[in-house]
Design a protein around this ligand. Structure first.
Ligand SMILES: [Zn+2]
Length: 313
């Protein structure tokens, strides 16, 4: 069944340890972080799979991301319709991972133009297959190929207008190579996608942590007082952004030391994990992502990490 398949995908990506069935979790809660700027925050293990949001301007609505579940996207559309009848002009995908674009078709059908960095379009139908394990089935392939792609792409960014309200969309490196932030300057709000995880360990499957740390420095410098809506986890401000930066710095430092001591694989994980647990053990997704975070970052530091689009870091 489709719903079971989507749940399986959810577990493949997040594999969270809670015993509550996903069906009992709300898909998301809505928070108006500034006038007409809404964050849809999904709890861990929700079928929605990620956060999303929308911005209401004078002449229309822009949506940020579409979850990993069509039902959640429909619920977000209904929530928008409870607040405004203005046309849904745009949907921006913050990156190509399927937990941020599975519901694209819902907003395309509602009339939105879907925009993203050009690598979202290039990678969505191929690199998303890795979330189905080493042997995706024909049905998995067909499902991934059915994801609705952005119809407008950009390399560095694009400015969108909803009447006077401006959205500044900018590509930034670090999490996948396809990521964008969406800034709403008149509200001092930045939707970061998965460039920020609010008190949660990140998924580093496609990450380049060195440029990612520079991206976080740029965000902290350019938007010192902003409200950040992360791709996963809690609504954040500068302190939580810097805490997330510190996690990546600590990870790189501890792993570099372990590699220097000749450790690899499980021995490296056993050496680094307790130090990380002391500082970050209370963060969401810790038990699920700590081991892959260590192993992916070790690959990156050794110059062996595979990245989407066939690149190597
Ligand atoms: Zn995500």
């Amino acid at each position: 069944m489709r719903s079971q398949r989507i749940l399986l995908v959810s577990l493949t990506i997040l594999l969270l340890s809670s015993l509550l069935p996903a069906a009992q979790k709300p898909l998301f809660t809505l928070h108006e972080v500034d006038k007409g700027v809404w964050a849809a925050i999904s709890p861990d293990r929700s079928k929605a799979g990620a956060n999303a949001g929308f911005v209401i301007g004078e002449s229309g609505v822009a949506v940020i991301d579409s979850f990993q579940n069509v039902g959640a996207a429909r619920e977000l559309l209904a929530a928008i319709r409870q607040r405004t009848n203005l046309p849904i002009r745009f949907l921006v995908n913050t990156h190509y991972h399927l937990d941020h674009m599975t519901g694209n078709g819902v907003f395309a059908d509602a009339g939105a133009v879907i925009l993203a960095n050009r690598n979202v379009r290039a990678w969505a139908h191929t690199d998303n297959l890795k979330f189905f394990g080493p042997k995706p089935t024909a049905a998995d392939r067909a499902w991934v190929k059915s994801l609705v792609l952005p119809s407008v792409t950009y390399r560095n960014g694009i400015d969108l207008y909803l009447g006077k309200r401006q959205l500044i969309v900018r590509h930034m490196p670090g999490h996948t190579g396809s990521d964008s932030i969406i800034v709403v300057p008149d509200a001092n709000v930045v939707f970061t996608g998965d460039l920020l995880w609010g008190h949660h360990l990140p998924n580093l499957i496609d990450a380049s942590t060195k440029p990612w740390i520079q991206t976080l420095d740029t965000l902290a410098r350019r938007y010192p007082t902003a409200t950040f809506v992360p791709g996963h986890g809690r609504i954040s401000h500068r302190a939580r952004l810097l805490a997330f930066r510190a996690y990546l710095v600590t990870l790189r430092r501890d792993i570099a030391l372990g590699l220097k001591q000749g450790r690899s694989g499980d021995a490296l994980v056993d050496a680094v994990r307790p130090q990380l647990a002391r500082e970050y053990g209370t963060w969401g997704f810790f038990s699920y992502f700590v081991k892959p975070d260590i192993l992916y970052t070790a690959e990156e530091l050794e110059g062996k990490k595979k990245l989407p689009g066939g690149r190597v870091n």
